[in-house]
Design a protein. Structure first.
Lengths: 265, 256
């Protein structure tokens, strides 16, 4: 592992023209691509590429909650498991839950509990699995954004989609959507998630150093970006179900063709 | 089992809140009585017992010689854990740390780390080989709500009286170099009312929780939203302002 204490003193994260190491401006998102419904077994799924982040999300349920003593006779549980693949980071991550992923799983579960109509499915569990395949900072936001699409793909009744994004501060400038170098060597990072229709904040975390003014500026950036991310989520779902609708159209005579994307054996 | 009492309590607390009151007679932005006993444990390098109302937390700091992380060869190491032992509440279970315990430890850790409370670079003995390692252990003894703040005050107080055991290396023991004083203040949203330092009854019926750690300048160092509800931006703004204001008073109490 490199000695970051020395690198940090040399590195210039944002130049005098306001251009970041990867060429972005302060208010630019990395390229984001979302695809809905890419796993066969799961009730709903989504894949997201967000800069160099690559994250899968799958949803099972509502199904009988396990362990049983955790069942709630009044509503469904929303249980998220955020997990990083050992090869998703530069230094191999030991498999299994660590403290960081337990915390992230908890805050993402709580965020979705706000939007899922849990009271419709007592004693059940809506299980969300987020698998980070390749990480470049902002994986919880990417995972949450994908999981939201996966929930919709699973047909789970929800108040709205949740879009998530982070902002922070690098080289003294408040910037949107930090990548790994910016997160490691920057001054602050602040992920949030917002319900599009109501503007409710369902996830909010922060670490680093921001004045109150800087914090509000960062959150304005994230709020605007979340609107664009919401559109990408919607488009992914539309694409998915437009193609399903085509497949379902009755073929005139003859054997129905297999749906697109299913390999013939 | 659905908890009958909290359901009754819920109505009661909501009704009180609507008329500007709380179950224990506090104002919405009033914390419970804070009592801090520093150096409570002789076997620890630093310690503090904190009572925040009826919430009782003991925090110990152990400091020992160890190896630095390879990516920060010139810095000491800080590590925070929390144990929510079954003695403290009927809802706590024995066993490996629960997600709640992990969240408490990580939020406390974040406040202390991001504020650079202790200058870790001053805890280097031999670069790449030997540094001082600080373990902050949070022990909940009696749980009546708002562990986040009680644990955080305990951790800051315990660090502030901790001694680096340099006599182990044939030098003189010295005080841990405290440079900043992060104060975390937690608010809970009950219906449309926001109260600071929720007690257990309030915490159980709250829709959402927001912990904000500020420094001496009122700058933000760590934040964590919790529970299944949500906040609007204007509420977040208000919570931050309250946290800064309330935090100033608490900081003086801990420094004293």
């Amino acid at each position: 592992m490199e000695d970051i204490e020395h690198i940090v003193k040399k590195l210039k994260l944002i130049d005098e023209n306001g251009v970041r190491l990867d060429g972005r401006r302060f208010d630019e998102l990395r390229p984001i691509r979302i695809e809905a419904g890419i796993l066969k077994k799961a009730d709903g799924s989504a894949y997201i590429e967000w800069g160099n982040n690559r994250v899968l999300a799958a949803v099972y349920g509502p199904r009988e909650a396990h362990p049983r003593h955790r069942q709630d006779p009044a509503k469904a549980l929303v249980q998220c498991r955020y997990n990083m693949a050992p090869f998703s980071v530069t230094d191999r991550k030991r498999p299994g839950p660590d403290r960081r992923s337990v915390e992230i799983s908890k805050v993402i579960s709580e965020a979705f509990e706000r939007v899922v109509f849990t009271e419709q499915f007592p004693r059940t569990s809506v299980d969300i699995f987020i698998e980070v395949l390749q990480a470049d900072a902002g994986t919880r936001c990417a995972g949450l954004t994908a999981a939201s699409v996966a929930l919709a793909d699973a047909g789970i009744p929800m108040r709205d989609l949740v879009a998530s994004c982070a902002s922070g501060k690098i080289g003294g400038v408040v910037c949107l959507d930090l990548n790994k170098d910016e997160d490691n060597f920057g001054e602050a990072d602040c992920p949030m998630a917002i319900v599009h229709r109501t503007g409710e904040i369902v996830l909010l975390q922060m670490d680093g150093h921001l004045t109150q003014e800087e914090f509000h500026k960062a959150m304005d950036l994230s709020t605007e970006a979340a609107k664009r991310i919401y559109e990408l989520q919607r488009e992914a779902l539309l694409r998915r179900y437009a193609s399903v609708a085509e497949d379902m159209e009755e073929p005139r005579g003859g054997v129905p063709e297999p749906p697109a994307g299913v390999d013939e054996l | 089992m659905t908890e009958v009492i909290p359901e009754l309590m819920r109505e009661h607390i909501h009704r009180l809140a609507a008329s500007g009151k709380r179950t224990d007679g506090r104002a919405f932005d009033e914390t419970r009585k804070l009592v801090i006993e520093k150096n409570y444990i002789k076997t620890a390098e630093g310690s503090a017992r904190v009572r925040l109302g009826n919430t009782d937390v003991l925090v110990g700091v152990k400091i020992d010689v160890g190896e630095p992380y390879p990516d920060t060869p010139n810095s000491g190491v800080l590590s925070t854990s929390a144990e929510l032992i079954p003695m403290a509440s009927p809802s706590f279970e024995a066993g490996p740390p629960s997600p709640v315990a992990i969240e408490v430890a990580r939020v406390v850790d974040r406040g202390i780390r991001e504020t650079k409370t202790v200058n870790l670079e001053k805890l280097c003995i031999t670069p790449k080989e030997k540094v001082w390692i600080m373990f902050i252990d949070i022990h909940a003894l009696d749980y009546d709500g708002n562990l986040f703040d009680a644990a955080s005050y305990g951790a800051v107080a315990a660090l502030s009286c901790a001694k680096v055991p340099a006599s182990k290396l044939g030098q003189k023991d010295y005080r841990l170099p405290m440079e900043h004083w992060p104060i975390s203040v937690t608010s809970a949203k009950i219906g449309d009312t926001i109260v600071v330092d929720p007690n257990l009854d309030e915490e159980r019926i709250a829709n959402a929780r927001l912990t904000v750690a500020t420094d001496e300048n009122g700058d933000l160092r760590a934040m964590q939203k919790g529970l299944r509800g949500s906040f609007r931006w204007d509420e977040v703004r208000k919570v931050i302002e309250t946290s800064e204001r309330v935090g100033r008073v608490i900081r003086e109490a801990i420094r004293a």
